[in-house]
Design a protein around this ligand. Sequence first.
Ligand SMILES: [Zn+2]
Length: 433
Amino acid sequence: MKIILFFITILNLNLFAVTNSFDFSFIKKGFQDNNTLLIIGGIQGDEPGGFMSASLITTHYEIKKGSVWVVPNLNFYSIIKRNRGSFGDMNRKFANISKDDADYQSIMKIKNHIVSPEVKLILNLHDGSGYYREKHINNLFSPYRWGQCSIIDQEILNVDKYGELKEISSKVVNNINKNLLSEEHKYHIKNTNTRMGDKEMEKSLTFFAINNGKAAYANEASKELDLHERIYYHLLAIEEYMKIMGIDFERKFDLTPMAIKNIIDNDIYITFHGNKIKLPLGQIRGMLSYFPMPKDEDIEFIASNPLMTVIKDDGKFVIHYGNRQLATLKPDYLKFIDNDNDINIIVNNTEHKVAKYGEIVYIKNSFMIKNIEGLRLNIIGYVNSDKRNEFDLTVKKNEILKRYSVDEDGNLYRAEFYKDDKFVGMILIGFEE
Ligand SMILES: [Zn+2]
């Protein structure tokens, strides 16, 4: 994995070039202080409840008071590859790791964040199988299962803050248990008593943390649950840890499984080339053809979520989002030029709207894009395209072939602007029901 990274922070969103790099994201939220909560997701690539929850803290929470650091995608390569660990279990590499190990750089970097003096509490998020119970009930509900519990390595840690591991863990468990979706989802504390000879847990992230004087906890949701339900329980836990630490936040959605499902599925976007193109990814078609990409330049994008990336594969560009593969773009390589003109649109024969490149314009029945001197308009899939230029034509939905829509439902279409054969920008026309 050779890594070249172009990295510019713009309001929490990062501009990336397509390089097939899988460095984890490190996102600071709130107001930096010495009472920082470090949230880690994605140490294992097949536990989406944990890493999607961590990513939502970065995208859909505002920290009003206090300091939160988030690594939502510690093992990003395995998340994209949809496996537990492409190079073995990353959570068994904290006691010893060879310099030749492919995870070496990631382990060194996350250890640095863990031991940072600002960090006072570390929360590692997992999805575990079944349901942890102290006493064996059956194969699914048993002491050998890991789902639905708060994990500590020991009861007490002798540090200045948050060292009452059991007490704090029980507060978190009690808060979750007040908000259960079903009685069998009940949370418990699982003390691995790592120091008493748990050879496996001795190699873990949390044990490394407590041996470096940091209070550390793991939260486990059950793999038996749907993704949005796992996230619901992780967020209940995260919010309780923030409360215990005196961190104030504002959540931009209701904490219900359905609201969570809606934002993780639908509130996702990707922008290419300085806003020239913006794609909503919620209902996106699996394959988009003749997608404008700049010739002889880096392919740059801004993803709305840190779990999103674009990977070049066999000449095509694949948009990934956590464990999901959202869409494949077949490139049409063009020269790109800058042009900042307004786009004037007559909607439904009456209403006048002004748009900029990269915007979505919603309409009901018809639209007409007014002529822009020197440019050419191409409405992708428009049937009457014997005309080379499609400005100043009234276009109805049934005049655009559905198979050219950007979305699966056939409501969203591309209008592309060119100067001669150079690409200027794109808007999307969204037909509302
Ligand atoms: Zn795990």
